[in-house]
Design a protein around this ligand. Structure first.
Ligand code: IFG
Length: 520
């Protein structure tokens, strides 16, 4: 708990880096340790400040951040732009000697990822915002050596369904903190569904008045004002995570239809009646029964308003239109709808993403299909579209860990930790080449998940497993290696106050089992 790995050979880094070369000795944090950032780069300076904030309280050391362009003093942690472009914008080199730590990257994102790796080389106690000071850890050391790292896939995603159950801005920020720890770089927000509409649209105020008024089970729901959405987007961007907003359509649209009934050809409701129907809202969990009217120009005027306003407040290049589980439209109607929406999305300067069913329609070459249920080549790939893989039996974080897991569903699979880790994207779908795979994404649907504690229980440790599948080279990773390394992370989650599932498949570090009494 209070002593980090004594050698890089015994590191517990997740995701596992591309190359790790142990050195001899260690770098010790002392009262003279400073963080040096390049002058004139606000992004790297922000990463430096984040690292300093992380270190100061648990160590009780001052850890000043200074901007310098010349040679750094010895005993410094240096964050610097430069290094080989072969590591891309997200890769980095981390060099540790007895008298300096250097993170060098071609772009600020790489510096940030190098900082996350350095964080994992420090003792787990670094995650506590309690001042352990020198009493608990005589020295805070980082083992010497050299790490060179870069991601395998560009799209390393996590989806949070805030429509079935609403999550506050603070809860969303906690979730983003976990994503950033594991170098996830896409945060897909599922903002609209049958049970809830979660984002303010000025031109359509009823969407939040009615659509935001409830959630699964009849709770009070909620929504993000534009200011709150901007806060989420900025918080993510500061951690090099791109927000991908999803407005699921034409299906999964009851909340919008309850708000603006003219969006429906008729007023379909699910078979089950045992749910509240305040103004047509729905608080059950059946899927596939709702749809916008594909023949109504009211619908396309609505989509125009929604895409325009969300695109304007989303700096990321993607807009996710959903497109899944439309059981009440015939293919020609569905295809017409997808093609119309695709035009609107590109008109507002965004690249369209959709669940794999969109492949029935004629897609633009840059549109992206998110695979979730097929185990053969989705039609979208036949058109040359790139794929994000979210195979439900591997990446759906709302699946139970075991039959005894209280939360979650089982329709796709029971997913213990090894099942979430031990799969290979390149061979998961027959006939899909690595080049067609943009990346992978885990999806936390929240029919049964009501708060951040439950969300993190379903997410940890399976999302770090997915993060390693997404980041690390296939040849560098194995279940045995992962289970050894993840064993050191429970102590960190515990100190962060992050709930997790202590899978029996892992020999969790003893420190995590019963952490020492917190030093006051
Ligand atoms: N499928 C639905 C989700 C959610 C999920 C729960 C997709 C793309 C089942 N659609 O997954 O809305 O209900 O596991």
């Amino acid at each position: 708990m209070f002593v980090g790995p004594t050698s890089l050979a015994a590191h517990r880094i997740v995701p596992v880096p591309l190359s790790v070369t142990p050195g001899s000795g260690a770098f010790a944090l002392t009262s003279s340790t400073s963080i040096v950032v390049p002058s004139g780069n606000a992004e790297v300076a922000r990463t430096g400040d984040m690292l300093a904030m992380l270190l100061r309280v648990p160590t009780g050391l001052p850890i000043p951040v200074t901007a310098a362009s010349g040679a750094a003093p010895s005993g410094a942690i240096v964050l610097r732009l430069g290094g080989p472009s072969s590591l891309g914008d997200e890769g980095y080199e981390l060099s540790i000697t007895a008298d300096s730590v250097r993170i060098v990257a071609a772009a600020p994102a790489g510096v940030f990822h190098g900082m996350q790796t350095l964080r994992q080389l420090l003792p787990a106690a670094i995650e506590s915002q309690l001042n352990f000071g020198r009493r608990a850890a005589p020295v805070w050391t980082v083992p010497a050596g050299q790490i060179t790292d870069r991601p395998r896939f560009a799209w390393r995603g996590a989806m949070l369904d805030v429509a079935r159950h609403f999550f506050t801005v603070d809860e969303v920020k906690q979730y983003i903190d976990v994503l950033a720890m594991y170098k996830i770089n896409i945060f897909h927000l599922h903002l609209g569904d049958d049970q809830g509409w979660r984002i303010q649209i000025d031109s359509r105020p009823k969407l939040t008045e009615v659509g935001g008024s409830t959630e699964v089970g009849g709770g009070r729901g909620g929504f993000y004002t534009k200011a709150e959405y901007a806060e989420i987007v900025r918080y993510a961007a500061d951690r090099y995570v791109t927000v991908v907003p999803e407005i699921d359509m034409p299906g999964h649209t009851n909340a919008a239809i309850a708000s603006y009934p003219e969006l429906s050809c008729s007023r379909p409701m699910p078979a089950s009646t045992a749910v509240a129907r305040v103004q047509g809202t729905y608080t059950g969990t059946e899927v596939g029964w709702s749809t916008f009217c594909p023949d109504s120009e009211n619908v396309y005027a609505f989509v125009e308003d929604v895409v325009r306003e969300i695109a304007a407040m989303t700096p990321g290049p993607y807009f996710h239109m959903g497109g899944d589980e439309v059981h009440v439209l015939k293919d020609p109607q569905y295809i017409k709808f997808v093609e119309r929406v695709q035009d609107i999305v590109y008109k507002h300067g965004k690249t369209m993403v959709g669940w794999e069913e969109i492949g029935k329609a004629r897609l633009r070459t840059t549109s992206i299909a998110q695979q979730w249920k097929s185990d053969s080549v989705p039609p979208a790939v036949m058109q040359g579209a790139k794929l994000v893989l979210s195979p439900a039996p591997k990446t759906y974080l709302d699946m139970k860990y075991t039959p005894n897991t209280e939360l979650g569903l089982t329709w796709a699979a029971i997913i213990e930790l090894r099942a979430a880790y031990d799969w290979e994207p390149r061979t998961y779908l027959k006939g899909v080449s690595e080049q067609q795979i943009l990346g992978v994404e885990g999806a936390l649907w929240t029919e049964t998940v009501q708060n951040i504690g439950s969300a993190l229980y379903m997410t940890l440790p399976r999302l770090p497993a997915l993060a390693e599948v997404a980041w690390s080279a296939a040849s560098d990773r194995s279940w045995d290696g992962f289970r050894q390394r993840i064993a050191g992370h429970a102590a960190r989650w515990r100190l962060l106050g992050a709930n997790f599932y202590p899978s029996p498949q892992v020999d969790w570090d003893a420190a995590a089992a019963n952490p020492p009494a917190m030093v006051p």
